[in-house]
Design a protein. Sequence first.
Length: 143
Amino acid sequence: MSPTDTGTLTAQDLELLRRPLHGFLTVAGGPDPAQPRPVWFEATAEGTIAMFTDPEAVKVRRLRRDPRASIVVASPVGEREHWVSVTGRTTLDDEGVHDLLARLFARYWGPDAAARSDELAGMLAADWVRVVIHPETVRRFVN
């Protein structure tokens, strides 16, 4: 089966993206070759991909110069091959960033999140920036 290409997320894409899987974020304007980084993320009701990061991170400086980015999410080993790649322009802001952080903390730590409340409190006390990818190209493979 070959990858398919669209500009929007499908229901099947969202099914994969709503799982607590790491996404691998790549931003434009970086060194050759690109250097993807694992990130926590969520697919939003608006059809975008949101994540948070340190406002002083290198990726933020690069996104301010060139707002293009992509994220790839794949099913884990042991499952049939399924991946989604979202490419588009990003926006940077702090709108709802602490709420996003709290949701992602609970999503990625699951039942252990409650036992890590001190860690969450420390994270919520810090400054963060919300990075939102607005899909222009969505590629996927489902086997």
